[in-house]
Design a binder for this molecule. Structure first.
Ligand SMILES: CC(C)(COP(=O)(O)OP(=O)(O)OC[C@H]1O[C@@H](n2cnc3c(N)ncnc32)[C@H](O)[C@@H]1OP(=O)(O)O)[C@@H](O)C(=O)NCCC(=O)NCCS
Length: 330
């Protein structure tokens, strides 16, 4: 077994860590060429890592003084109802020779700091091609929760007979609100169980529609609106994107109209529009337990990242390893 040392991630490690990530990303992009090229350049990662180590703890693994892995992240005040430590796709990497050992070592070092900061839920997004990271996460008790996918702008060319698709405007707010609530209700049901805490009202949808490059399409048949799909640019580090990526934020087809190509026709329509606006790629993310979403998206999009979550028993806050005998009273 190879022996590694670990230490806190500091400024002097940034350059080598960024290079390690970019090498890994290049391998990922060979599998899915539609992924943005920018992350192949380690200089794109350097500011992200600099910012990360300023804000939160991170660990590097070394072998003979060379960086073979790193893991960091930041706190999400709330993810699925809990304070969460989150490592985005760029916040970790390991040498491809021994990812299992390296990730185990890094996580064992960092997890206690995440716990000390009140994060009993840990979330890691890994590049989809990175089977080493995925295996290591799975062995460490993480389970898949979200899939990020991407495609280029080639058309799907699907016949959607008798379907009318139109871009929504302010006159459609009521229809949008109804369909959006149906999507939220669907996601709150089995097996996805995403809690429906608050319904989004008219004001939310009005504001959403007025933002640049925000577009929503409605599909109707025989005078009934049966489906919608909405897309917008995404400014977030949880998904591999750049300024040329448009993101599908939501889609819903009423139950009686499903499985007839309406969702696919909406995707095709939306992609044609986005291409006209200068976008080069389209992304969509979805819960891995949403079978209907898997059927639609995995047919036309390629997985680029998987996110894995782990919950630590919160009783560890008081029943910790160094708990003294005098605290065992009841
Ligand atoms: C995902 C969703 C929008 C797809 O819309 P759709 O209009 O059914 O899409 P399509 O007809 O183009 O179908 C896509 C695939 O799913 C299959 N499918 C969809 N609904 C199905 C159903 N009820 N039974 C069997 N197959 C179904 C289709 O057959 C098709 O697969 P195929 O091409 O291999 O035959 C729709 O299923 C839906 O609204 N689901 C609930 C909300 C949701 O999960 N939204 C996505 C959130 S990210």
């Amino acid at each position: 077994m190879i022996s590694y040392t670990t230490m806190s991630f500091t400024n002097e490690h940034v350059e080598a860590a960024a290079r390690l990530f970019s090498r890994n990303y290049r391998a990922a992009r060979q599998m899915v060429s539609s992924m943005p090229a920018c992350y192949e350049n380690h200089e794109r990662i350097v500011p992200l890592l600099n910012d990360m180590i300023k804000r939160s703890p991170a660990i590097v693994a070394l072998q003979d003084g060379e960086i073979v892995g790193y893991l960091g992240g930041h706190v999400l005040r709330e993810w699925r109802g809990r304070r969460t430590a989150y490592a985005p796709f760029w916040a970790h990497a390991a040498d491809e020779e021994d990812p299992d050992q390296i990730y185990r070592l890094l996580y064992a070092c960092l997890a206690s700091q995440w716990i000390a900061n009140g994060c009993f839920q840990h979330l890691v997004t890994a590049l989809a091609h990175d089977t080493g990271a995925r295996e290591a996460l799975s062995w460490m008790g993480f389970g898949m929760v979200v899939v990020d996918t991407m495609r280029d702008m080639t058309r799907l060319h699907t016949p959607a007979n008798e379907i009318r698709i139109k871009q929504a405007d302010m006159n459609d707010i009521e229809t949008i609100e109804k369909l959006d609530n149906k999507l939220a209700t669907y996601l709150a049901g089995p097996p996805v169980f995403l809690p429906l805490i608050e319904k989004r009202g008219k004001q939310y949808h009005e504001e959403w529609l007025t933002k640049p490059y925000h577009a929503l399409w409605l599909a109707s048949r025989d005078g009934e609106t049966v489906a919608y799909l909405k897309m917008c640019p995404l400014d977030a580090d949880y998904l591999v994107t750049d300024e040329k990526t448009i993101w599908i934020q939501g889609a819903y087809t009423k139950k009686h109209a499903r499985g007839q190509g309406i969702g696919t026709a909406l995707v095709d329509h939306a992609i044609a529009w986005a291409q006209g606006q200068g976008f080069k790629r389209c992304a969509v993310d979805f819960e891995s337990d949403n079978a209907l979403a898997c059927r639609l998206w995995l047919k036309h999009f390629r997985p680029i990242c998987y996110s894995f979550a782990r919950r630590v028993d919160p009783r560890i806050a008081w029943a910790y390893a160094g708990r003294e005998d005098k605290h065992f009273w009841s």
